[in-house]
Ligand binder design. Structure first.
Ligand SMILES: CCc1nc(N)nc(N)c1OCCCOc1ncccc1N1CCC(C(F)(F)F)CC1
Length: 167
């Protein structure tokens, strides 16, 4: 079972503001859906709370939610009380690839265990209160589109997808 992290970030690594994502880039939703498919997703409880109700749980796959609260539960969520427990639950319930989908705390912790990062970069200046983890030198960007070219979202936001793998 390997662990991948997936996130979308604006300038300065902003990934969230006031419990949500301060943008709407449909191409990123499609990208997230295409990449994570029916694989297990692991997320923190605040990310779970941030999901629009129609996507909670994320459809068609095990949703593992990490929380410190021993009393927490939610329909459609497999509860874990640590990233290790979540990883184990993903191995039991999942099909080979597990995705950490947020938030910042989990990304920072999971970075050490992951072998793949799928980052959507948005050419967007937006105020935020939550930030992506710093990607260290050991991570190598894998060119997946012509030299990481920028595309333009139908909402006008330039975006690009970058895959990183551990060197
Ligand atoms: C997509 C947002 C997203 N992008 C990338 N690249 N990495 C992520 N870690 C990520 O955050 C996933 C959890 C938060 O997700 C949402 N937050 C607000 C609104 C909508 C969503 N989505 C819509 C698509 C839906 C589907 F199941 F269709 F994929 C899942 C929930």
């Amino acid at each position: 079972m390997s662990l991948a992290l997936i996130w979308a970030q604006a300038h300065d690594g902003v990934i969230g503001a006031d419990g949500g994502m301060p943008w709407h880039v449909p191409e990123d939703l499609a990208h997230f859906k295409a990449l994570t498919g029916s694989d297990a997703v692991i997320m923190g409880r605040r990310t779970w709370d941030s999901l629009p109700p129609r996507f909670r749980p994320l459809p068609g796959r095990p949703n593992i939610v990490v929380t410190r609260d021993p009393a927490w539960s939610a329909d459609g969520a497999i509860v874990a009380h640590s990233l290790e427990d979540a990883f184990e639950a993903a191995q039991l319930a999942g099909n080979g690839q597990a995705w950490v989908t947020g938030g910042a705390g989990l990304f920072t912790e999971a970075l050490a265990l992951a072998d793949r990062l799928e980052v959507t970069e948005l050419d967007l200046d937006v105020a935020g209160d939550t930030f992506a983890p710093t990607i260290g030198e050991e991570w190598v960007p894998v060119t997946i589109d012509p030299a990481h070219g920028w595309s333009e979202s139908r909402t006008g936001v330039p975006y690009r997808f970058i895959r990183y793998e551990r060197a």
